[in-house]
Design a protein around this ligand. Structure first.
Ligand SMILES: Cc1cc2nc3c(=O)[nH]c(=O)nc-3n(C[C@H](O)[C@H](O)[C@H](O)COP(=O)(O)OP(=O)(O)OC[C@H]3O[C@@H](n4cnc5c(N)ncnc54)[C@H](O)[C@@H]3O)c2cc1C
Length: 340
């Protein structure tokens, strides 16, 4: 969306397109040209800005006195240009590596995760750091996918182009219950929340939400990179994004968006991130069972229909899969040749 100052911003938080799936790139490229963009993120750690994921540059910035020795120890132990989970450091026999792992855990991961998920430190399992990487290199790109880019004229323009087809009707601000009395008797792909679809009859599924505050600044540039994370648990926001650095828009002033994670209140806030626990996934599976028996012609799709965090490329792939799956409900003569 273009805001009142003429700056292209993302109303629902910063979205960077990245994928390893050529098929998804090929599909979306029918509707947009791309601006090549490699995402970089820094975190404010004890008053200093350092790249995340934590890498050898971050080490030099945060622990300048020990950086040389630690870099050698890391390279000797794990190899050069590798990426290891910080859990491997935290559980290592070598005390210096353990301390380093704990430093990264407490300064970068813990506070951010607490705020993101609304958890106390005790509720965060150390095992989740199995996925948090420590890069033994100076590669400061946030993503390593071969395709990283932004739609040249923005996401709205990409979707406008995708939807401008004589067979497509768009009805905004219309709940599925407003159409044909709700539960479809025709084959249908549903991208809304599965618990809401069934009137929360098995109780609601848990989500985290986020609120965005936008500030317009009368200066050309505000941040060193497009996104700066704020891991300090005493500060309520998690990150700040300067949109012009994502979109490449040339303008004399700039707008930043500040992200405040918050609890999701059904009907009041948007579901941003599914909270997948053993209990919530079990409840989701019960809803899936209900869907199979009660509405077999409805395909639940996307992050809300599948109760799973999706990146945009996952969502596109799931959409392509659902488009194929819905064809089994159509007579063969009505199936488009390239999909059937
Ligand atoms: C803050 C934030 C930042 C993100 N950043 C990135 C990023 O940088 N890169 C990336 O790849 N991904 C990112 N994502 C993930 C990305 O937003 C999702 O991949 C994408 O939105 C999933 O698309 P979807 O179609 O599955 O779901 P949605 O985008 O949620 O679409 C669901 C659609 O269903 C409609 N709907 C819901 N309920 C009903 C109803 N009852 N009746 C009618 N319609 C209904 C909604 O209006 C919506 O249009 C981010 C997500 C968040 C929350």
């Amino acid at each position: 969306m273009i805001n009142e100052h003429g700056i292209l911003v993302h109303s629902y938080g910063p979205h960077i397109f990245h994928t390893r799936r050529q098929k998804v790139v090929d599909f979306l490229s029918r509707f947009t040209a791309w601006r090549s963009y490699e995402h970089r993120v820094m975190a404010l750690i004890e008053g200093r800005l350092a790249p995340v994921p934590f890498n050898l540059t971050s080490l030099e910035i945060c622990l300048p006195d020990k950086a040389l020795k630690l870099a050698k120890l890391l390279t000797d132990t794990f190899g050069k240009d590798t990426s290891i989970p910080i859990l491997s450091l935290r559980q290592h026999d070598n005390i210096a590596l353990r301390e380093l792992g704990n430093f990264v855990y407490s300064r970068i991961f813990l506070g951010y995760t607490q705020k993101q998920w609304g958890l106390s430190p005790e509720e965060i399992s150390p095992a989740v750091t199995a996925r948090v990487p420590f890069r033994i290199s100076h590669d400061d790109r946030y993503f390593t996918d071969f395709f990283q880019a932004m739609p040249k004229a923005g996401y709205t323009s990409m979707f406008e182009s995708m939807l401008s087809h004589p067979e497509i009707t768009v009805m905004l601000d219309t709940a599925f219950t407003d159409i044909a009395g709700g539960h479809a008797s025709l084959p249908c792909i549903h991208t809304g929340a599965i618990d809401e679809y069934f009137d929360f009859s098995l109780d609601s599924l848990p989500y985290r939400s986020a609120r965005f505050e936008f500030q317009h600044l009368r200066q050309q540039r505000h941040l060193p990179v497009a996104v700066v994370n704020e891991p300090d648990s005493d500060i309520p926001h998690t990150r700040v994004c300067e949109y012009r650095l994502l979109t490449g828009q040339d303008a004399p002033e700039t707008t930043v968006g500040i992200e405040f994670p918050c609890a999701h209140l059904p009907g009041k806030t948007q579901q941003s991130y599914p909270v997948r626990t053993e209990a919530s996934v079990a409840r989701y599976k019960e809803y899936k069972k209900m869907a199979r028996t009660r509405t077999p012609q409805t395909i639940f799709c996307g992050r809300l229909g599948s109760f799973c965090y999706y990146n945009m490329d996952d969502a596109v792939l799931a959409g392509m899969g659902a488009a194929k799956a819905i064809l089994r409900f159509l007579p063969p003569r009505n199936r488009p040749p390239d999909l059937g």
